[in-house]
Structures are given as C-alpha cells and as structure tokens.
Design a protein around this ligand. Structure first.
Ligand code: HEM
Length: 556
C-alpha cells in the first residue's frame, strides 16, 4: 500500500516537474519569438530587461545612450507583459508629439505611478480635463498682471540670492550652489504660486531647513523609482520601503498646500466682508484660480483640485529652473573662457545702460575710495558691512535694468543657457502611453498599452543630430554672426514640443536670464574639486551631491 502511494505520488511529482519545465521552455520560445526583432538591452523570459534597468538605474541615461549608438529606437521588454520603447529619432518625436498626438497620452502607466503626487493636475491628465486646464493656464500665462508679478518676484529673489552669494565671496567660502538655486526658486514659486514668502533663502547662515522642500524632493524621487520597480504596488500595499516613506512625505506637502489654500480663502472672505478697507488683490496663481472659480469662468474648484493645480506648477517651475542654473554654473566653472565672455557681454550691457562709471563698478575701486575717506583702521573695522551694503545696492540697480525687452540684447547669455538646456535637459526622459498599435516613421512597430519615451538627454549627445561635437558644451553652436538662432523643437526637445509643449518656456527663460545675468555680472565660480558631477535619478535632472563651488567677486 505504502509502495503504491509512493509510486503514485512519485509519478505525479515527476509529471508536475515535466509540466513546469515544458511550460518554461514553451514560454521561453514564445518570448524569444515575440521579441526576436527587438533592439536594445538584453532581456530574459518573465523578467525582460528589468535586471538591466535595475542594475543601471543610477546611470540610466548613460546606459540608454550606449544602445542608441547602434539604433535610434530601442525596445526593452519588462515584466507583466510590458514593453518600454525608447527613441532619439526627431522624426519619431514629431510623430508622437504632433502628427499622431491623440495616440500618445500620458496614459495609465504614468498616471498610476504619479497620481499620489501630481493628482489631476495638468502634468497628469489627458483628454478634456487636460484641455480645460491647458486653456486656463495658457490664458493666465499671457496675462500682463501675472507676467509683471512674476518678473518682480524673479528680481526680488535674484537679489536675495546675489546677496547671500556676496557673503560667501567675502568669506571665500564654498557652498552647494544647487542648494542655493533650489531655495531661490522655491521662494519665488512660493510667491508666484501661493502668494507666500517661504523664506528658505534667508540672508544669514546657516540657512533654515525647509520641511516642505525636503518632503517634496523625497516624494518626487520615490514616485520616479516606481517606473522600474515591478513590485511597487505590493510595497505600497504592505507599506514597506520607500512606499511607506512616500505617504509621510505627501502628508507634509499636503498640509502645507491645504494650509495656504485655507489662508487665501479666509483673506478673500475678510476682503468681501470689508469691501472699503485697503486690501490689495493678490496676483498669485491660487488667488487667480479662486477668482476664476468664483466668477463662474471655471467650474467650482474643490480644494483637492486647487492643490493639484498649484503643486503641478511648483513641479513645473521650481526644480526645472534651479537644476538648469546649477548645470550652467558647473559648465561655466569648467569653461572659464565661456564664463569670461559672458561676463564681458553683461558688463558691456551694464555700461550701455547706465554709463561707463556705474557700469564698470568694482568693489576694489570703491574700497580704495572708502579707505581714503574713512582712514585705514575705521574702513577695515567696517569692511564687511560696507561691502555687503555696496553689493546690495549694485545688485538691486543692475536687476532693475533687466526686463523682457532689454534681455533680448544678451545673445551670448541666451546661447549659454540654451546650450546648458540642450546638454542637461531638466526633464531628461519623457514617457508617453500608447493607446493603439502604431508604426513610427522609422518603421518601429509599437504595441498598444505600453510606454514610449523620447530622451532629450541622449538626443543632445547624438552626433547624427548635433554633429561631431554633440557632447561638447559649445554655446557658439547657437549663434550666427553673434545673433542667437533657435533650432527645430523636435531636435531641441528640452521644452517638449507639439501640442503639449511647455507653457512656461518664456517665464523660465525670463527667470534664468535674470538670475544668470545677475550672478555672472558680479561673480565667477570655482569648484572645490574636479570630480565628474552625476545626476540624481528623478523626474528632473538634479545633481547627485550638489555643486560645491566658491564664488569670487569679479574685480575688473
Ligand atoms: C528650464 C525650465 C523648464 C523646462 C526645461 C521645462 C520643460 C517642460 C517639459 C519637458 C514639459 C513636458 C512635460 C510632460 O511630458 O508633460 C513641460 C510642460 C509644462 N511646463 Fe515646463 N519647463 C520649464 C519651466 C517651466 C515653468 C517655469 C513653468 C511655469 C511655472 C512651466 C510650466 C509647464 C506646464 C504648465 C507644462 C504642462 C503642459 C501640458 O501638459 O500641456 N514650465 N515643461
């Protein structure tokens, strides 16, 4: 009897094993047949190319670039029957962003992962919901009131940044410039988006910790990791790892935003209760959307929708500009001849606007005069105070000269910034969903339900697109006879292109020019070590470990 049981169990076991082996062999053959035409990273049955993605996640853009050297469109099968397609072909990019735009929405894969942070904001919606928000936002961006308010805020915080930098220059101290730029853009978007002074860029060291900024960065990083982690839903369910941390960070972000919304609503109520009292209208984005909501121009907006709208603007307007300024500072420190030429353009501009003496102001000369007036001892005792006062005055006067019109004169600065944006696109990889099967202009077949991403970071380094010096920082590529000449938006894809092109491009350039102009008019930056700076993997291309540099006051 025992014998019989053993042999039945034994044969069942053998049969089960044979069945499993057969299933694996059949699925492997099927898998290999289905993916035999795929060009891209090595992939395995069930796991696809997930292993390569995970191993190379910290250097994803470099890794993808190695495949693009052979093929301009690649496919990476992933677990759960998914395929990630990547392309650097401008004709494909045009097809995705314009010609067949309706077929490439953000899509479920993206929305699912980003919902917790972006909610139903413009970055995370499709169809009618996106169209309505885009229409409203585009109208808001073209309003003079918002443009003027933004320009004033950019100048205010550029001055604060330059004054903090002046202290560092005086003391010969190094500081993480990326941290300073992030603080400056957080404060300016806080003012423009919420009408509040967040105060992360105070004028004395140590600078204050900002809970909102830390939580916001961490949440951004965790949701980006979801794209390559097939277990993220399980981790979310079990509340382990980054997923547990995510909720805590989102709570901090939400508390801040809902707090501001409640405050704005209260202020409006008080204003209505006392219509005669002197209370200026607010021009910030929350107030504008509350206006639209109350006037009936926009469907009544819940606090949740308002939160989503404004947080999407923070994502759009804060990190993008700060990381661009950081990479620009890095490039200028690496290319002193470019930094010098930019400074000379700014000094000549200053001189043209206010006359030779003021335009060529230098602290060294002023210091000589102070010493003669006050005497050696007294001057030395008050040196720091007088220096900071003088810098504050000079910086404030210089920023007054910067506006949409006058900035057009600065072609070289436009070229330096655009070259930075080309090589270090703030959004380095842009994924889209695929609604229906499609064929790209280069003949690649795309299966519906998957993701296709174009990579501005890799496109910038393709010799086939930018010539043999594609990977070199060369602002001159943007100039013809000294005048800036733009490129096709499907080749220079940093601001996306087509129907969902960046709505804040003009505003971003305005802030970049005001800040870069002010900083480079007065300072040059030297790094404290010459190690290669790597990016940190998140939706925006920030620097891993920041950018330690010592600012030096320009003295000629
Ligand atoms: C260096 C600065 C910037 C860069 C490189 C940049 C780049 C981009 C990119 C690549 C997209 C498309 C993202 C996607 O796939 O949906 C985008 C969209 C957008 N950007 Fe910008 N951006 C910058 C600054 C700004 C600023 C300052 C604002 C406004 C405060 C802004 C507002 C928007 C909005 C509202 C969208 C959504 C457009 C839509 O989905 O219809 N951007 N931007």
């Amino acid at each position: 009897m025992l014998h019989l049981v053993e042999s039945v169990w034994g044969s069942t076991y053998v049969m089960q094993t044979v069945a499993v082996v057969c299933a694996i062999v059949v699925s492997s053959i099927g898998y290999n047949l289905r993916h035999r035409n795929y060009k891209g990273p090595k992939s395995y049955p069930l796991l696809g190319a997930a292993i390569g993605h995970i191993q190379n996640y910290h250097r994803l853009h470099h890794w993808l670039l190695t495949f693009f050297q052979k093929n301009s469109t690649i496919a990476a099968p992933m677990p759960i029957n998914q395929v990630f397609y990547y392309t650097v072909d401008p004709a494909n990019v045009k097809h995705i962003l314009k010609t067949n735009f309706p077929n490439y929405p953000k899509g479920e894969v993206f929305q699912d992962r980003m919902q917790i942070l972006l909610g139903d904001g413009i970055f995370n919606t499709d169809g009618e919901m996106w169209r309505t928000q885009r229409k409203t936002a585009a109208a808001e961006f073209s309003l003079k009131a918002l443009r003027d308010f933004s320009a004033d805020s950019f100048k205010e915080y550029a001055c604060q940044l330059a004054n903090v930098t002046a202290q560092l220059a005086f003391e010969g101290r190094s500081y993480d410039m990326q941290d300073l730029y992030m603080r400056m853009t957080l404060d300016s978007i806080g003012k423009i988006g919420f009408g509040v002074n967040i105060g992360s860029l105070s004028d004395s060291f140590p600078l204050p910790e900002n809970e909102f900024a830390i939580a916001f960065d961490r949440a951004n990083e965790i949701v980006t990791q979801r794209f390559i982690d097939p277990l993220w839903k399980l981790k979310r369910f079990l509340q382990v790892g980054g997923e547990a941390d995510l909720n805590r960070n989102i709570r901090i972000v939400d508390d801040f935003v809902y707090g501001v919304i409640a405050k704005r609503k209260l202020e409006r109520k008080e204003r209505k209760a006392k219509p005669d009292a002197e209370q200026p209208e607010k021009a910030d984005i929350i107030s504008r959307f509350l206006d639209l909501s109350e006037s009936g121009a926009h469907a009544n907006m819940s606090d949740k929708i308002l939160r989503d709208v404004v947080l999407n603007f923070v994502i759009a307007g804060r990190d993008t500009t700060a990381v661009t300024l950081s990479w620009m500072t890095y490039m200028l420190a690496e290319h002193p001849a470019v930094a010098r030429r930019l400074y000379e353009e700014l000094r000549a501009f200053h001189q043209r606007k206010v006359g030779a003496r003021a335009g060529t102001w230098s602290w060294a000369r002023e210091w000589e005069e102070i010493r003669q007036q006050l005497g050696e001892e007294e001057a030395e005792r008050r040196k720091k105070e007088l220096y900071l006062e003088s810098m504050q005055k000079q910086v404030a006067e210089f920023t007054k000269l910067l506006n949409y019109e006058s900035l057009k004169e600065l072609n070289y600065m436009q070229a330096v910034l655009t070259e930075t944006l080309r090589l270090f696109p703030a959004v380095p990889l842009d994924p889209k969903g695929i609604l229906e099967d499609d064929v790209l202009p280069d003949g690649t077949f795309l299966k519906k339900g998957n993701l296709i991403s174009y990579s501005p970071w890799c496109m910038a380094r393709m010799k086939s697109i930018w010539g043999s010096d594609a990977a070199v920082f060369n602002p001159d590529r943007w100039l013809q006879s000294g005048v800036f000449v733009p490129e096709s938006e499907y080749k220079f894809t940093t601001f996306q292109a087509g129907l969902r092109t960046c709505l804040g491009k003009d505003s971003a350039y305005l802030q970049l020019k005001i800040v870069a102009g002010t900083m480079c008019r007065f300072f040059e930056f030297r790094r404290t070590s010459n190690h290669y700076i790597m990016y940190r993997m998140m939706a925006t291309l920030s620097m891993q470990g920041g950018l330690d540099a010592v600012p030096h006051l320009r003295t000629d």
